[in-house]
Write a protein that binds this ligand. Structure first.
Ligand SMILES: [Ca+2]
Length: 82
């Protein structure tokens, strides 16, 4: 039996699973599986996300949001927590 016909992230989303499967508790999905969240991935989770907010969240200027930046953004009130 194999699960290869169902993308892991899609399955995880359907089951509401956590970060170990590429989906954070906040519902941000690492669609491309690179371990960080792009503007596109963040916008999917937070429809109100703007490029300006994204750039504020991206404190190291890497062009993606990692778990630490996501948490910091929530603590700063830039994005909704939980
Ligand atoms: Ca970053």
């Amino acid at each position: 039996m194999t699960r290869t016909t169902i993308p892991a992230t899609l399955l995880a989303t359907a089951l509401g699973l956590g970060a170990a499967t590429g989906v954070t508790a906040q519902g941000v999905v690492d669609t491309d599986g690179d371990g960080a969240y792009s503007l596109e991935e963040m916008t999917a989770a937070y429809p109100d996300m703007t490029e300006a907010t994204f750039m504020t969240l991206d404190t190291d200027g890497s062009g993606t949001i990692d778990e630490a930046e996501l948490t910091a953004g929530q603590e700063a009130g830039l994005i909704p927590a939980g």
